[in-house]
Design a protein around this ligand. Structure first.
Ligand code: C2E
Ligand code: MG
Ligand code: MG
Ligand code: MG
Length: 288
């Protein structure tokens, strides 16, 4: 059988495609197209010091400026990328663009980049990070990679090797959504973690729910006790900020301090695997 989805060029040799299969394949094809035609954007959300709201850096958060559906959040399309080889192309684009952007910021500011488990596990990941840093001129100390607990937990030996190559070079690692995984403590032991980011689902209830408050207090103490940086995610109001400050948390991110927003970006030579580097004239033309 052959589907009629000509844009996606779906071919099925046996079996039947369900509607959701077709949707998935269409989304993959559209996303592939989006990568090639400059529809992806990085938005940046400030990370601040809780004591005086000093800006410390930004987390890069991907968006898709879809031609007909408008600005899409990662939840609307990242899963489609996770199921196929788009993962590494998308991950490479994010990493390179974030490094090029951050290289143009004041030198005190760091950039946080989310890394998917699949991408981290791919051969050549450490080399990719090294190339993004070298090509952009961003010092390694200004890059922090955010991984989730499940990534850390299921990390294979090859992944651990890639991680230590990257951290040996000076890049730091944050454990994202801290507290939501099954074994946060195992993750902290297996990987050279520098920062934990307390998940916003906990922060949301910290002022109103005594049991959540106790949990967050424990997470902050665990992080501090291990000598880690602790960032509270998803702070939406000043009561939450005050509570976290009072309980020893030093850094924060959330709508109370700034929403993700576009920042000026720098031209980023796109050397995705298999594609020749293009002359600068072609790149500035936007015809990549
Ligand atoms: P995350 O890394 O935990 O990022 C924080 C998410 O919380 C972002 O959602 C951010 O917009 C949202 N957020 C921040 N402060 C607040 C707040 O005060 N209130 C509320 N309600 N939300 C807040 P976003 O941008 O939709 O991203 C969702 C997730 O998608 C991220 O969670 C991350 O896991 C993933 N993601 C985003 N960009 C990338 C990327 O470039 N690569 C990969 N692999 N994953 C990404
Ligand atoms: Mg993150
Ligand atoms: Mg998070
Ligand atoms: Mg999250």
């Amino acid at each position: 059988a052959k589907s009629d989805g000509s844009r996606a060029r779906i071919e099925v040799h046996d079996g039947v495609l369900s509607d959701s299969d077709v949707d998935q394949l269409q989304l993959e094809a559209d996303l592939r197209h989006a990568l090639e035609s400059d529809e992806l954007r990085l938005f940046y959300q400030p990370i601040v010091a809780l004591s005086d709201e000093t800006l410390l850096g930004y987390e890069a958060l991907i968006r898709w400026q879809h031609p007909s559906r408008g600005l899409l959040p990662p939840g609307a399309f990242l899963d489609a990328a996770e199921n196929n080889r788009l993962t590494s192309k998308l991950g490479e684009w994010v990493l390179r663009q974030a490094c090029f952007d951050a290289a143009g910021w004041p030198s005190g500011l760091r950039v946080h980049v989310n890394i998917s488990a699949r991408h981290l596990a791919e051969p050549g990941f450490a080399e990719l990070v090294a190339a993004a840093l070298a090509d952009s001129g961003l010092p390694p100390e200004r890059l922090e990679l955010e991984i989730t607990e499940s990534t850390a937990l299921f990390a294979a030996d090859a992944t651990l090797q890639a991680v230590s190559e990257v951290t040996d070079a000076g890049v730091t690692l944050a454990l994202d959504d801290f507290g939501t995984g099954y074994s946060a403590i195992t993750a902290l032991h297996r990987l050279p973690i520098h920062t934990v980011k307390i998940d916003r689902s906990f922060v949301a209830d910290v002022v109103t729910e005594p049991s959540t408050a106790a949990l967050v207090q424990g997470l902050v103490q665990l992080g501090l006790g291990m000598g880690l940086q602790v960032i509270a995610e998803g702070i939406e109001d000043l009561d939450q900020a005050q509570w976290l400050r009072d309980h020893g948390c030093v850094m924060a991110q959330g709508y109370a301090f700034g929403r993700p927003a576009p920042l000026p970006t720098r031209e980023c030579a796109d050397e995705v695997a298999g594609r020749e580097a293009l002359p600068a004239a072609v790149l500035t033309d936007g015809t990549v």
